[in-house]
Design a protein around this ligand. Sequence first.
Ligand SMILES: Cc1cc2nc3c(=O)[nH]c(=O)nc-3n(C[C@H](O)[C@H](O)[C@H](O)COP(=O)(O)O)c2cc1C
Length: 277
Amino acid sequence: MITINSEKCTRCGRCQKVCPALIPVIGKGESPTLHHPEVCIECGHCVDVCPTGAYDHSAFPPESMHTIDRNALPSAESLMELIRSRRSNRTITGAAIPEKSLNMIMEAARYAPTAQNSRQVHLTLITADEGLLAVETATINFFMRLSRFMLFPPVKLVLRPFLRKLYDEAPALMAMNEQFRQGKRPCICNCTALLVMSTPKGYSFGSQDSNLAYQNASLMAESLGVSQIYMGFVQTAMFMMGAKRAARILGIPEGHKPWAIMGLGMPAFKYAKYTNR
Ligand SMILES: Cc1cc2nc3c(=O)[nH]c(=O)nc-3n(C[C@H](O)[C@H](O)[C@H](O)COP(=O)(O)O)c2cc1C
């Protein structure tokens, strides 16, 4: 439900300019009207740009609105320094990640844009050791089964010319398996938490929305001194083993697909330098 208080509205037309659904109709001297308000995507642009608070939008009660303190924003230079210094720091110790940091990382993920503001990205945080071990075990087992199949001589003969890059990774996969047998967790890089971004299966922008959420979260992790590593091995294994099984292993909602998985942990040390890109 949206209403515009015509007493408060100054007819500045800002809401009309920013609304992606072309709902507000603001004419000079006329009462503001709304064109098909039922197609509102609840992006909040109208309430956020209105200089006089003329909007009453049921999705945005007054307590959900916050004035931006522009002086508190990082400068372009300090943001660039953060972007440059973000690394996939794999020196994960067993130290616990502060709960406040985990909450801020997830909040950063939630503030990423989503297609049509559909906000379908679901965040699942895995911190229990048995959950982490289950993900590591399922990933290793998946790649070992795949390797055994691919290295079977007749299969290798046929597939190798087409999948040269994948075949080149075979020694690395074998080394990971060896580490796993020694009690390490090479696929999840010994992370103490995994943050899974998933969306319902039929949703078309799952990958895009999830990976934008990932990037927000990764910068927040870096600024909090928490290590983050993109879990590509885990992601691939989960994707290839099918949504149902992956959902069970990751503990994500049934019918969801995992699109991005972030490994998190406290690093042994921080990097002192970054190199040019
Ligand atoms: C799609 C994707 C998948 C990745 N998968 C893994 C992975 O499975 N394990 C890992 O240790 N790092 C993984 N990484 C991290 C990259 O190796 C890393 O981002 C890259 O080497 C650049 O280093 P930086 O993140 O420190 O800048 C992945 C990164 C991306 C973007």
